[in-house]
Ligand binder design. Sequence first.
Ligand code: AMP
Length: 281
Amino acid sequence: MKIIRKIEEQKKYSLNMKCRDKKISLIPTMGFLHKGHLSLIDTAKELSEEIVVSIFVNPSQFGEGEDYEKYPRDEKRDLDILADKKVDIVFIPTAKEMYPEGFQTFCQVNQLTKKHCGKSRPGHFKGVTTVVLKLFNIIQPDIAVFGEKDYQQYVIIKRMTEDLNLPINIIASPIIREKDGLAMSSRNKYLNHEQRKEATVLYESLIHARNLIKQGKHEISLLLKEMSNLIESKKNARIDYINFVNPETLENVQKIKESTRILMAVRVGNTRLIDNMEVKP
Ligand code: AMP
C-alpha cells in the first residue's frame, strides 16, 4: 500500500494507472475508519482493480462551532486497517495542501442542499461538493463509492457529477449498523454510556415506521407522530428533523405511495446523529 500526501504525486500516480488502462475506484473518507467505511472498499473491489482511499477531515464542510477540531483522528490506526484491507493507495493530504493560501473557489449544488441536513448545517454541502470535486480532479477515478448512511450527500454528489458531466460512476453502498441497529459513524465515539444506549432510537423509530407502513398506515402525519413519540421518550434525544422524501428529488412526499426515503437527524446529548431508510407501501 502506497501512502501519498502530495497532490502532484497523486496526479502522477493516477495518470500512470490511466495509461495502463487500469480502472480507479475512489472512496473518500474523513478517517477514524469503521466497518461502514470498509464495506465501501468491498463494494469498490468488485468494480475495479485500483482502490484509492482518501482520508481528509475537510475544514470547509464544518460550520462555526461544529466539531472540526475535535473530530476523531487516528492516522496510524487507519493506515494499519487499510494495509490489512490491501487497498492500493491512501491519499492523505494536509489542509494546507488542499486549501493553500489564496484559495477562493467553491462548487455548489443549489436546490438539493437547502433541505434536510442543509437547513441545520448551512454551507456544509458546499464544502462537501468542493472537496469531492477537488478529489475527483486530483485522483481521476472511474468510480466513486459513497455510503447511503449520508443519503442526502450521495444524491447531491450524483447531481453534481451529472450536472458537470464528470466521467465518474457514482455508486451507493448500503448502511452498515452495529448489532443493536445504530448506524456506524465516527461520531458515535462522542456518546457516553447512557447516550449510546438511547441512540438506538433512530433505528427503532425507522423500523417502527416501516412496520406501520406494512400494516397499511400511509399517512405521513401519523407516522411522524409515532416516530416522534418514540424518540422524545428518550431523555437525551432531541429531533432535528424527520422527513419523508422522494429518493431522487429529496422533495417531501405527502403520502407513502411508492418507494420513499425517511431521512432523519437527531441530537443525542451534543452529538448530532443521522440515519435513513427506504420504505415501500
Ligand atoms: P465519513 O468518513 O463519515 O465522511 O464517511 C465516508 C464515507 O463512508 C461516506 O460515503 C459515508 O456515507 C460512508 N459511511 C459512513 N458510515 C457508514 C455506514 N455506517 N455505512 C455505510 N457507509 C458509511
